[in-house]
Write a protein that binds this ligand. Structure first.
Ligand code: ATP
Ligand code: MG
Ligand code: ZN
Length: 433
């Protein structure tokens, strides 16, 4: 029977949980020291291992291969097997999203007084616990504060801000993180290998990026991609990944940014239309644009700051060129403009707002042909060099740098001297031509 990868690869022991080292270490130590808390709170983004870890904890507490809680549940005994298929008599899993009412919780509490049947603990895993009603929390409060010795609660949630403070303060809280890009890439490579999935490292990286640290999403994507590639003639193409994940490839973002500089409004509206037609959500498009402009800003301020972004090498080098034509101010106002539209990206008319915003991002008047004070837009001497390289395209970068060294400031102003020098050189060139 076909089993989806994200279920097939659910970690069964703590050491297989990826990217949550701080949690794995703390839980391992707690078990070694036999320090079991009556209530745990697992908080963090979707698909990062909360439910999996809760089940592992339950197995560790109840594994029949050991007298005490063990960091290595056997996976073979009745208790371990029961937990894997959610049929253990001592482990209750409740999805609070569909059972938020106080009646369910009262019933659950009433069972806490019975001794466990086959294991040592009765474990209650309350998933999506932020959905519980106020009354339900009230009902739980007393039990959590003073639980029978054999009872352990594990609350899991993606929205810890909705969990009452009184509960949080009575739980041992663990913050799950989004898994780092490198760790996702390594993990996917291992899964692809053991599943014989024909996929290139570039496509794996595309999946890892698209899933933004949510490991479940990354496994689902690689699963989908491998189904598309059932013939297995060619390795899975990164382009498919962008399509499947609804994310936007970097080269398209580069084009949008270039179009903004060149005043190519039509080009950008065309790209936007394609995105929408291919089912990309305005919210996603908006967030992607903001994030890309932030990367452009980083690039402008720290040309060697690629590691601060998740961009590809070649995208970064193109951004370095593009960033010469934007001032820090321009980039910042573009981001501010986009951010001011954030709240309407879930509107029905969001795509129209996006169109309007893309038009507004293009400066209204084209830059004057002969700007007499071009240095107004320069922030470092590199901008001056770049400006000169546009005027004197036949010169190499080295020749231009040389010139820069040689130019003597006028009244202490090098930029002024530079502009005069370059302009006169340009005139000479034009006469020659
Ligand atoms: N940290 C992780 N290490 C290894 N696999 C993981 C990890 N996080 C998620 N996975 C994979 O994703 C699947 C779903 O994970 P899990 O159910 O534990 O996520 P969750 O944090 O409870 O998500 P949700 O908030 O959506 O319920 C697992 O079966 C496993 O394949
Ligand atoms: Mg879960
Ligand atoms: Zn066992």
């Amino acid at each position: 029977m076909y089993q989806p990868l994200h279920l097939k690869y659910r970690p069964q022991i703590l050491s297989s949980v990826i990217g949550q080292q701080h949690i794995v270490d703390t839980l391992t130590n707690a078990q070694a020291l036999q320090k079991i808390a009556p209530a745990y709170l697992f908080a963090g983004p979707k698909g990062t291992g909360k439910t999996s870890t809760a089940r592992i904890l339950a197995k560790s507490l109840n594994c029949q291969s050991s007298q005490e809680p063990t960091t290595e549940p056997c996976g073979e005994c009745n208790s371990c097997k029961g937990i894997t298929v959610s049929s253990s008599l001592d482990v209750t899993e409740l999805d609070a999203a569909s059972n938020s009412g106080v009646e369910t919780i009262r019933e659950l509490i009433s069972t806490t007084h019975f001794a466990p049947v086959e294991g040592k603990f009765k474990v209650f895993i309350i998933d999506e616990c932020h959905a519980l009603s106020n009354q339900s929390w009230q009902a739980l409060l007393k039990t959590i504060e003073n639980p029978p010795r054999h009872v352990v609660f594990v609350f899991c949630t993606t929205e810890v801000n909705k969990v009452p403070e009184t509960i949080i303060s009575r739980c041992q809280k663990f913050d799950f993180r989004r898994v780092k890009l490198d760790e996702v890439i390594n993990y996917l490579a291992i899964v692809a290998k053991s599943e014989n999935i024909n996929i290139s490292p570039v496509a794996i990286k595309a999946i890892a990026k698209a899933s933004k640290g949510h490991l479940r999403d990354s496994l689902k994507l690689i699963d989908q991609a491998s189904l598309l590639n059932a013939e297995e003639i060619d390795p899975i193409d990164p382009g498919w990944i962008w399509e499947l994940s609804g994310t936007i490839p970097e080269y398209e973002l580069l084009t949008v940014v270039e179009n903004i500089i060149q005043g190519e409004i039509k080009g950008n509206l065309g790209i936007l239309q394609d995105w929408i037609e291919f089912g990309k959500q305005p919210v996603t498009i908006h967030a992607t644009l903001v994030s890309f402009l932030k990367d452009l800003l980083i690039c402008k301020i720290h040309p060697d700051g690629k590691h601060l972004t998740q961009l590809e090498e070649d995208t970064w080098s193109e951004l370095i060129t593009i960033s010469q034509s934007w001032s820090i101010n321009q980039i910042q106002s573009a981001i501010t403009l986009l951010m001011s539209r954030q709240s309407i990206m879930k509107d029905e008319a969001a795509h129209l707002w996006l169109e309007a915003t893309l038009i507004e991002l293009v400066p209204p008047t084209p830059a004057p042909v002969e700007n007499t004070q071009p240095w107004q837009n320069w922030e470092t001497y590199k901008d001056a060099l770049y400006w000169a390289s546009k005027k004197l395209p036949h010169l190499t970068q080295n020749e231009i740098s040389d010139l820069w060294e040689k130019v003597t400031p006028i009244n202490g102003k090098k930029a002024l001297a530079w502009v005069k020098a370059i302009n006169s050189l340009q005139k000479v060139e034009m006469k020659k031509a």
